[in-house]
Design a protein around this ligand. Sequence first.
Ligand SMILES: [Zn+2]
Length: 412
Amino acid sequence: MTSWLLRNARLFDGVDGNLRTGAWSVLVDGGRLAWIGPDEAAPNADVVRDAAGRTVMPGLINAHVHLANDGAADLAAQVRDDSTTTAALRASANALISLRAGITTVKDCGASDNVVIDLGRAIDAGVVPGPHVVAAGRVITMTGGHGYFMGVEADGVDAVRAAVRGELKRGAKFIKAMATGGVLTSGVKPTQTALLREELAVIVEEAHHAGRRVSTHAIGREGIENAILAGVDTIEHGFHLDEELFALAIERGTFLVPTLSAVGGIVTEGEAGGTPAWIVDKAGTEMERSRTMFRAAVQAGMHIAAGTDSGTPFNPHDGLVDELIEMVQIGLTPTRALLSATRDGAVNADVLDVTGTLEVGKSADLLVVDGDPTADITALKSIMFVAKGGELYRDELPERELVGAHTTGAHA
Ligand SMILES: [Zn+2]
C-alpha cells in the first residue's frame, strides 16, 4: 500500500481541543496514521500532498443515523414498503453519501432485519465503500411503541432480556431502546413513557455484560429520567431534559445526542413536502423545546455527541455539518462542536481506540478543511479532502502529486 504525507497544514488532532498553528505533517502508511509532527521533521513518503493554509482534522462521526432510510417524507411508510434488498441498496448508497461528506464513522440507531449490521460487515470486508458502521440492529420497543416497524417488540423484563441477547447474537454493536414515544410513529405521543425503568435496567445489564453500550430514544421527562436512572449511556433527542436531569446525567456520565436536525426539516418542509400532518404537528410542538433544552444543556456542561437522525424526513446523510453549525448558533463553541463530532463522538460510539482523534496507530480517517473550523465552524462547508482507512473519498487539493524534498520515490 502506498504511503502518503500531508504536509504544511494546521493540525486539529482532537486530543485536547487545541489547534496547532504553524506547519504540521501527517504520514499515512498501510491505512493507519504512521507519524504526526512538525513539517521540518517529516519522514519520506511515496506521495506528498501540500495542504498549506488548511486544517487537517479527524474524520467526522455522526452518532445518530438511519442508513436504510434516505430522508423520504414518511419514514415508517418507506420501512414498510421496502423489501430487505431495497433497504440494503438504499443503506449502501447512503453510506457512500455520508463518507463523501467527511463522515468516516456512523452510529446506526435502527433498521429492520439485519440490513445495516450486514452493511457494516460488507464495508469492513471491502465489498462496498462506506464509513465505519456501528449498528444497533433492530430497536427494542414496547408493543406498539415508537419504531415498532423497525424493531423487536418486547414487554416485561424477561422479554426485553431475550430481545437484547437476540440483537447481540445478530451482531449489534450497541443496543437502542425506546424510553418514550416519538414523532414518526402513529398513535404514540413523543412525551409518553414507554419501556419501564425496570425494563431499561435489564436492557442495560445485558448490554453491559456483553461490553456494549445502550442508547435510548427519550423525549418526555419521565422517560428520560427512567433511562438515566437505569444506567443508559446516551440519551437521544432529550428534548424535555431539565436542570435536575442535567445534573443527574453529568454525575453518571450520560451523553446527550441532541439531533436538532430531526425536527427542523419536518417543520420547515411540512405537509407541503408530503409528510403526514400528524407528524408535522408533533415535530412543531417539540421544535422550540429542543432548542431551549440544548441551550441549557450547553450551559450545564452536558457531555454532547453530535448526531443528526439522518434518514428521517428531509434529513439527509450529508447534513452533519449543518447540525454542527446550528449547535454553534445556539451556544456551543466551535471547538466543543468539533469535539462532539470527533473525539466525544468516538467515546459515545465506543470506537475511540480506532478513530475519533489523529493519533499514531489509529485508522487514517481524516479531513482537510479550507480555513480554520475552530475559529469559524462554517469552514466545514469547505471539506477538500476525505480519507478513511487511508483510502481517499474526496480529493480537491490543488496538486495531485508533488515530488519534492520529502519524497524518496523508491516505492512509487
Ligand atoms: Zn433516530
